[in-house]
Design a protein around this ligand. Structure first.
Ligand code: SF4
Ligand code: SF4
Length: 375
C-alpha cells in the first residue's frame, strides 16, 4: 500500500466459545472502536456470512449463527436496519434448506431480520478492466455491506477469509462458470479479487472461534482457534489470520493479489494490531490442505511433483443419484453411467463445487500418493 495511507488496523478479541452473552461483548469490543464515528441510525446494512452449504454449525463450514446474531444485535442496538444474505452452493435447489441447516434462519427469525435471496433478486453486470461479472442485484440496494467471513483452509486458495467470502455475492451457477474460466489458483484468485473490489465490504469480521483446518472449505476438520477479529481492511485481516496459523500471507494467492493491487495491507510490520496479540492466538499446530505442501518443493521440481499432490472428489455409496453434482460441475467431469455417478479425473478442475453441493455426504476427497504421504 502507499506509504501515505494510514496504517491498517486489525482488532482481535479472544473468545472461547459461541456463548451469545460473551460474543456480544467481544463483538462490541472490536467493532465499537472501528465504527465510533459512523452514523448507523436508519442505515440499511447487509451482513454477508459464509453460508457455503447446508451443514450444521459444528461442522465449521459456515459462519456460526451465534456470531451472526451478535453482529445483528450490535447494529440493531444502534438503530440500523439489518438484513442477511449469501448465495450458497445448491441455492437453486432451495436456499431455505441452507438457511435452516446453518442455523442462520433461526437467529434471523429471533431478531426479526430479513434473509435476502440472492438468486431471486436478479443480477447486475459489473466490469473490472476487461473482465465482467454478474453479481446479485440486491447487494447494491444497501448502504453498507458487512463481511462475516469464516476462517478456513481451502484446497484452491490455501485459506479462505474476507477476500474470498465476497464470492458468495455471485449468484448460483455463475460461480461454476467462473471456476471453468479460471481453472488455476492464480487465475481464480484474480477473479475473486475482482469481485472483492466490486462488493467493497465496509467492515470485515472473521469468525475464528472454531475454524477449519485440513481439506477445507467443506471437508476439513473443525479447529479451535478461539478468536474473532475485525477491520475495515479485509486484506489485512486475512494476512493476520494467515500469520496466526503459521502461513506467510503472501503465499495465499487472494491476499497477494489484493496486496499487489493496493487494495489492502499484507505486510505485517505495517498492520497495527489492537486488543489481543497474534502470538496470543497462535495455535500449536494448524493443518493446511495437503495439495498445498508442494509449494515447499523447489520451483524446478514443482511441475513434476504436482502430479502427485492432487485432491479430487470420489463418489461413495451414500449417493442417491440426485444429479446435483453433475448439474453444477463446471467441467462436465461427472457422468451418470449405468445408474452410477463417476468423476472423470482427466477433466476435473478440483474446484470441489460438487463436494459443497452434495446433500448426502456422498463425495469423499481422494489425495495423490505424495499428498497422503506428507499428510
Ligand atoms: S454424489 Fe451427491 S450430489 Fe451427486 S448425485 Fe450423488 S447424492 Fe447427488
Ligand atoms: S468433478 Fe467436482 S471438483 Fe471436479 S470439476 Fe467437477 S465440480 Fe469441480
Amino acid at each position: 500500500m502507499s506509504g501515505n495511507k494510514p496504517a491498517s488496523k486489525v482488532w482481535i478479541a479472544k473468545c472461547g466459545s459461541y456463548s451469545l452473552e460473551y460474543l456480544r461483548q467481544a463483538v462490541d469490543n472490536i467493532l465499537s472502536p472501528i465504527l465510533e464515528k459512523a452514523d448507523l441510525k436508519e442505515k440499511h446494512i447487509l451482513l454477508k456470512p459464509n453460508m457455503l452449504s447446508a451443514r450444521t454449525p459444528e461442522k465449521a463450514v459456515t459462519t456460526n449463527p451465534v456470531f451472526v446474531e451478535a453482529v445483528i444485535a450490535f447494529f440493531q442496538d444502534r438503530g440500523s436496519h439489518v438484513a442477511v444474505g449469501d448465495s450458497p452452493a445448491g441455492a437453486l435447489h432451495g436456499v431455505e434448506r441452507v438457511w435452516d441447516q446453518t442455523g442462520i434462519a433461526e437467529v434471523c427469525r429471533k431478531r426479526g431480520v430479513e434473509l435476502v435471496n440472492f438468486e431471486a433478486s436478479g443480477w447486475t453486470e459489473c466490469r473490472v478492466g476487461d473482465r465482467s461479472y454478474q453479481l446479485a442485484r440486491c447487494i447494491f440496494d444497501f448502504d453498507r455491506i458487512v463481511n462475516l467471513a469464516k476462517a478456513k483452509t481451502h484446497v484452491l486458495t490455501i485459506l479462505t477469509g474476507c477476500v474470498k467470502n465476497t464470492f458468495g455475492c455471485v449468484p448460483g451457477f455463475m460461480k461454476s462458470r467462473l471456476h471453468l474460466e479460471n481453472p488455476s489458483p492464480g487465475a481464480m484468485s484474480k477473479a475473486l479479487v475482482d469481485i472483492f473490489t466490486i462488493v467493497k465490504p465496509w467492515v470485515n469480521l472473521l469468525d475464528a472461534i472454531i475454524a477449519m483446518e485440513g481439506q477445507g472449505p467443506s471437508s476439513g476438520n473443525p479447529k479451535h482457534l478461539g478468536f474473532i477479529a475485525a477491520s475495515h481492511d479485509g486484506v489485512a485481516l486475512d494476512a493476520v489470520f494467515a500469520k496466526a496459523v503459521g502461513i506467510d500471507p503472501l503465499v495465499v494467492p487472494t491476499t497477494s493479489e489484493a496486496y499487489k493491487r493496493g487494495l489492502g495491507e499484507a505486510d505485517l510490520a505495517k498492520i497495527r494490531i489492537e486488543g489481543t496479540s497474534i502470538q496470543a492466538i497462535r495455535p500449536a499446530s494448524f493443518a493446511i490442505p495437503s495439495n498445498w505442501k508442494f509449494r515447499l518443493v523447489p520451483r524446478f521440481m514443482s511441475r513434476f511433483v504436482s502430479r502427485f499432490f492432487w485432491v479430487r472428489p470420489q463418489i461413495n455409496a451414500n449417493c442417491t443419484l440426485c444429479g446435483r453434482c453433475e448439474e453444477i460441475c463446471p467441467a462436465g467431469a461427472i457422468l451418470r453411467t449405468h445408474e452410477r455417478m463417476t468423476v472423470q479425473d482427466e477433466n476435473c478442475l478440483s474446484c470441489l463445487c460438487c463436494h459443497e453441493i452434495c446433500p448426502s455426504d456422498a463425495i469423499d476427497l481422494r489425495r495423490g500418493w505424495l499428498a497422503r504421504l506428507i499428510g
